[in-house]
Design a binder for this molecule. Structure first.
Ligand SMILES: Nc1ncnc2c1ncn2[C@@H]1O[C@H](COP(=O)(O)OP(=O)(O)OP(=O)(O)O)[C@@H](O)[C@H]1O
Ligand SMILES: [Mg+2]
Length: 219
């Protein structure tokens, strides 16, 4: 079996790309899959996240840094697909970056995390354009927005409603605004491995993964 490639991209900095990529990777690994995270961002956040893990409890997926690959990223990722069930690519913030463009050429799906604010919503235009461009070469590329840091405010709800009317398809699943996700970064872990206090965050990630696999026809 060759790995499915999931790219997490959005030009908006801090939208939750690394958080989604790492928790998704952890959840896929938790289901018995061999998972590779490709850290395509020179900030190295995913690499640092995995590096923060205790020796006795390593991060559940392998993380490699390929930030230097830039426009050649797809060439370096391709040979890796035989060794994994899923490859999750964590992209740098700007969609201008060649890395995101390159990653999408070989991806099955692009996930676009965004917070329910008007600024984040407007910023998805760039990500959608990037997906459309990649589809000229990779016509099977799927793309889903994933609401992140969702709170129960009315404004947030309104923005979510607008999002769902937008060009991009959205997952029903979402990640709430939870300290569990920040704690996971510090601990080098994922919410599902952090005990009962983090159950709500773990359940959100599981719901996103279940829905994603269902939509990809891979469950
Ligand atoms: N659902 C969430 N709940 C709480 N905090 C979150 C959530 N998602 C992200 N954060 C926090 O927001 C900050 C930015 O998140 P993250 O690093 O995942 O974004 P990013 O899109 O990868 O950023 P960059 O563009 O710099 O790569 C981090 O401090 C992270 O812990
Ligand atoms: Mg990041």
């Amino acid at each position: 079996m060759t790995a499915r490639i999931i790219t997490v991209a959005n030009q908006k900095g801090g939208s939750g790309k690394t958080t989604l990529a790492m928790t998704l990777a952890g959840a896929l690994a938790g289901r018995g899959n061999r998972v590779l995270v490709v850290d395509a961002d020179s900030q190295g956040t995913a690499t640092q996240w995995a590096g923060a893990a205790a020796e006795t409890a390593p991060f559940p997926a392998t993380v490699i840094g390929l930030a230097n690959a830039k426009g050649r990223l797809h060439q370096l990722v391709k040979p890796l697909v035989n060794d994994y069930d899923y490859v999750v690519i964590d992209c740098p913030p700007s969609v201008e970056e060649q890395a995101s463009q390159s990653a999408l050429l070989v991806s099955d799906v692009c996930l676009i995390p965004l917070q329910p604010t008007p600024a984040d919503l407007w910023a998805t235009v760039g990500a959608i354009e990037l997906v459309e461009k990649a589809r000229m070469v990779n016509p099977g590329l799927r793309a889903f927005g994933v609401p992140n840091r969702v709170t129960s405010t009315n404004l947030g709800k309104q923005v979510l409603d607008v999002m769902r009317e937008n060009d991009v398809e959205f997952l029903d699943g979402k990640l709430g605004n939870r300290t569990s996700f920040q704690e996971a970064t510090i601990r080098g872990s994922v919410p599902s491995k952090m005990g009962a206090a983090h159950r709500a965050a773990a359940a959100e990630v599981e719901a996103v993964v279940t829905e994603l696999l269902f939509r990809l026809g891979a469950d």
